[in-house]
Design a protein around this ligand. Structure first.
Ligand SMILES: Cc1ncc(COP(=O)(O)O)c(C=O)c1O
Length: 397
């Protein structure tokens, strides 16, 4: 049996290979500390769980509107107004099964047939694969650690062609945690003013920013940018709700109508119960979110200080998300008895076998020479992981 050419064109990322090996070792009874995680370790807030239980007991258990309940879309519109100063009607908002589906649908609404999509690297692993599935072409723009992994306006300008259909901006970024200031976003907006393509702005880590960093939604920069921006956000990361699968998109009505069509022929509405929970997350008390944010900030500060004290490691101090993305290329070409380290995948495997710590190679995110460490795990785990990483790297040096 032959599977489709389209599926053959996309790959399983090397993220999976490290994770699979880590799982295997854990199953064998080895104490592996997992710093590859992409979700908060804290539980979903109790008020959110209670809202879901209420929804079940009140039989809110049927299909909802394809675009999501009116109540949830009103809560999202209020959030976008209060937090980002953006006015969207509920016809300009659609709820999907996680922000991943929101992005998938947005890419498929905008991109087809060799359309070009500009993606700054390091990028979230799924963007280029989604573009490939939509028959588009990814134009990858490498960024530098010394620039905070932010795309330079002149670099962006050079990448724009008549075939450009979209720019995907991940702000704050997975995997680097770096986030754009208002000034930096304005410089990007200046370059793309008057051009004919969309900005898909993935703002899923919006609430997880540190040191009084002020998050700005790309759509709020000007009327023109609002007309051309598709805002993607959700409750997964901010409210520790990854399993509930609620993401949303706000944007020009014709884009939302397109997404509505795709969703109506694939998954239909997101879970009715999760939608009721998401209403509570967005409009209910926000204290647990702030507690979680502060805890992440504490862990980021600790992990960052420890990492930069290790000889051979460089690290950008990120503004947001829950990842650090240290440069580790100085360990390339070092050897152990059994392994020669040539790239970030080799170093990740070395750390897994030698330190029993799971990390993700930068190559998975289109950035060789780095690894991604998540601090969405307990301080105790982080402290032990750092000790183990230091010991393992000293052996290499
Ligand atoms: C940058 C980015 N966008 C989107 C998502 C998907 O979020 P969700 O779990 O809501 O589908 C993730 C999850 O890892 C992410 O890191």
């Amino acid at each position: 049996m032959i599977i489709s050419e389209r599926v053959n064109r996309i790959g399983v990322s090397s993220t999976m290979k490290v994770a699979a090996e880590a799982k295997k070792m854990t199953a064998e009874g080895i104490n592996v500390i997992d710093l590859s995680v992409g979700e908060p370790d804290l539980p979903t807030p109790q008020n959110v769980k209670d809202a879901a239980i209420r929804a079940i007991n009140e039989n809110e258990t049927k299909y909802t509107l394809n675009a999501g309940t009116v109540e949830l879309r009103k809560a999202i519109a209020k959030k976008l107004k209060d937090d980002n100063g953006l006015d969207y009607s509920i016809e300009e908002i659609i709820v999907s099964n996680g922000a991943k589906q929101s992005i998938f649908n947005a890419v498929h609404t905008v991109v087809y047939n060799d359309d070009e999509v500009i993606i700054p690297a390091p990028y979230w692993v799924s963007y280029p694969e989604m573009v490939t599935l939509a028959h588009g072409k990814s134009v990858i723009l490498p960024t530098e650690e010394r620039d905070g992994f932010k795309v330079k306006p002149e670099q962006l300008e050079r990448a724009i062609t008549p075939k450009t259909k979209a720019l995907i901006l991940c702000n704050p970024s997975n995997p680097t945690g770096s986030a754009y200031t208002k000034k930096e976003l304005e410089k990007i907006a200046e370059v793309i003013r008057g051009k004919n393509f969309y900005i898909l702005s993935d703002e899923i880590y919006e609430k997880l920013v540190y040191d009084d960093f002020e998050f700005i939604s790309f759509a709020s920069l000007s009327d023109e940018m609002k007309q051309r921006t598709v805002v993607i956000n959700g409750v997964s990361k901010s409210y520790a709700m990854t399993g509930w699968r609620i993401g949303y998109t706000a944007g020009p009505e014709q884009i939302i109508k397109g997404i509505n069509k795709i969703q109506s022929h694939s998954t239909s509405n997101a879970s009715s119960i999760s939608q009721a929970a998401a209403v509570e997350a967005l409009i209910g008390p926000q204290e647990t979110l702030e507690q979680m944010r502060r805890e992440f900030e504490r862990r980021r500060n600790y992990m960052f200080q420890e990492l930069i004290s290790i000889e051979g490691i460089s690290c950008y101090k990120p503004e947001g998300a829950f990842y650090l993305f240290p440069g580790i290329s100085s360990f390339f070409h070092k050897s152990t008895e059994t392994l020669k380290i040539e790239n970030s995948f080799d170093l990740s495997m070395y750390l897994l076998y030698e330190a029993k710590v799971a990390v993700i190679p930068g190559s998975s995110f289109g950035a060789e020479g780095f690894i991604r460490l998540s601090y969405a795990t307990s301080m105790e785990n982080i402290k032990e992981a750092i000790v183990r990483i230091k010991d393992a790297l000293v052996k290499l040096a």
